[in-house]
Design a protein around this ligand. Structure first.
Ligand code: 5RP
Length: 219
């Protein structure tokens, strides 16, 4: 099975968590794009829908959904999104697509966070995928200097501006044995808007697609 087919079956498996009358949060990325293709099949069950990016909003609208703001929707019943890496404790790296801030807000506002990945994303330790950090443009150099003091390698994502008008810095070659602690530490640096570690609020359910089908993991 190729990666696209795995993403599709993971997305399909996540539909079981959508129940009648629910408000749904939709993430961003190629795995979520597979989900958006399938969402019309459960349209009648969805009471409200909120998205984590302009790209996903546009796709949802193309499929006939009226997308609400989180302010309009209130708390969400379920949030479905992909990830760049996950451990078996369901700690994640997210933000490869640059939508990490709104993704973290929607995950935080949701009663249940269902993460959909193919098996290449399941890792023993986070950090092989560069850790995205969203930064206020005026604090760009200051944040870089603070990170260099932590002996990590920050690389600016060139010509990339987030939906919030901010910049992204990717930290390469870092091993992350304690994601909760690192997330907390990086959150203390002024100018950092969002760290792409989802450890303080991990996923609740991870659906991992492989050649053998979709495996459900819980924290
Ligand atoms: C976007 C994200 C995505 O969830 C993550 O990059 C995974 O994307 P894909 O499903 O394309 O592999 O965090 O900001």
């Amino acid at each position: 099975m190729d990666a696209t087919e795995k993403k599709r079956i993971a997305a399909e498996a996540s539909l079981q968590f959508i129940e009648p009358g629910m408000s749904l949060g939709v993430g961003t990325g190629s795995t979520v794009n597979c989900l958006i293709e399938l969402l019309p099949t459960v349209r009648d069950m969805i009471d409200g829908i909120v998205s984590s990016s302009r790209t996903s909003t546009k796709l949802l609208e193309d499929h006939g959904f009226e997308v609400q703001t989180l302010n309009e929707a209130g708390d969400l019943d379920v949030y479905i999104d992909g990830a760049d890496e996950s451990t078996k404790r369901l700690h994640l790296i997210k933000g490869g697509g640059g939508a990490l801030t709104r993704e973290k807000v929607l995950a935080g506002a949701s009663r249940r966070f269902v993460c959909i990945v193919d098996d290449s994303k399941l890792v023993g330790m986070l950090g092989e995928f560069p850790l995205p950090i969203e930064v206020l443009p005026m604090a760009q150099e200051f944040v870089s200097r603070q990170l260099l003091k932590l002996r990590v390698q920050p690389v600016w994502r060139e010509r990339f501006v987030t939906d919030n008008g901010n910049h992204i810095l990717d930290i390469h070659d870092m091993q992350i044995p304690n994601p909760v602690e690192l997330e907390n530490r990086l959150n203390q640096i002024p100018g950092i808007v969002t760290v792409g570690l989802f450890a303080q609020r991990p996923a609740d359910i991870l659906l991992v697609a492989s050649d053998d089908g979709v495996r459900e993991m819980r924290a």
